[in-house]
Design a protein around this ligand. Structure first.
Ligand SMILES: Nc1ncnc2c1ncn2[C@@H]1O[C@H](COP(=O)(O)OP(=O)(O)OP(=O)(O)O)[C@@H](O)[C@H]1O
Ligand SMILES: [Mg+2]
Length: 236
């Protein structure tokens, strides 16, 4: 299958969409994984804000940092918040949902997104959850394998394209915290940092993307003047 007939969401990362046959298949759950500082949050915010600027409704859920900090950081890197992008943090969710949320954040997050779709954003296109690890640690009880299957399946039912940030340990021996995520998701982007002498080289790899022929190569990846670029041999 060439994957040509599938509707795709562009990442707007220069050089990268070509590697993805145009973008991420609509409705995919995609793990965005990497060690600390590999620009996972910035990369996801970039994809959502670019799509939002093109009229796509997007929700960025930050469970690691406060909303204001994320917005300030994004602005300092040349990315403003378009109207179609909603950014919510733990405090804003607590405020909306009251105490019940403390019991089960996995269910709450999907309920929140379903409500958003029902009430005014039936065309919700992109969601980012930053990060899955923070979400898991908010749960009163450690999620079971069944909880994870149910959670990813509820996310998929939304029909949106979902970017799920995952913190990779420095040992780089798995993509998701429990390993099971690696199998459930439709796609995995691995962002990495390598030290070459005193210089930092960033790379991006498409480890997996269903319905998309792609290479497993690691490509140099740079962020400059508010834009991400993937450097490919074809001159991206
Ligand atoms: N203008 C810039 N150009 C290039 N790199 C930058 C710029 N500003 C910040 N950075 C890099 O981005 C990194 C932070 O990116 P980000 O917060 O998106 O990473 P992350 O993978 O989400 O990190 P964490 O695992 O801590 O959540 C910083 O460590 C810094 O090296
Ligand atoms: Mg981050």
């Amino acid at each position: 299958m060439s994957g040509k007939d599938i509707v795709r969401v562009p990442t707007f990362v220069e050089g990268f969409d070509r590697l993805l046959c145009g973008g991420i298949p609509v409705g995919s759950n995609v793990l965005v994984t990497g060690v600390p500082g590999s620009m996972k949050s910035t990369f996801c915010y970039y994809i959502l804000s670019k799509n939002a600027a093109h009229g796509k409704r997007s929700v960025f859920i930050t469970l690691e940092q406060k909303r204001d900090k994320i917005l300030l950081q994004a602005e300092s890197m040349g990315m403003n918040k378009p109207e179609n992008l909603v950014v919510g943090d733990i405090a804003s969710f607590r405020e909306q949902m009251g105490n019940g949320v403390e019991e089960d954040w996995l269910t709450f997050i999907t309920l929140f997104l379903e409500k958003k779709k029902e009430e005014k954003w039936s065309d919700l296109s992109l969601v980012c959850i930053d990060s899955l690890n923070a979400l898991y640690s908010l749960q009163r009880h450690e999620p079971t394998r069944n909880d994870l299957f149910a959670f990813f399946s509820e996310l998929q039912k939304l029909g949106s394209t979902n970017l799920l940030v995952s913190e990779m340990p420095l040992t780089r021996d798995r993509y998701g915290q429990y390993g099971v995520e690696d199998f459930i998701v439709d796609g995995i982007f691995h962002l990495d940092i390598n030290m070459i002498g005193n210089a930092v080289e960033r790379t991006i790899q498409i480890v997996k993307m269903r319905a998309t022929p792609h290479t497993l190569e690691r490509y140099p990846f740079v962020f400059e003047d508010g834009m991400f670029h993937v450097l490919t041999l074809e001159g991206g």
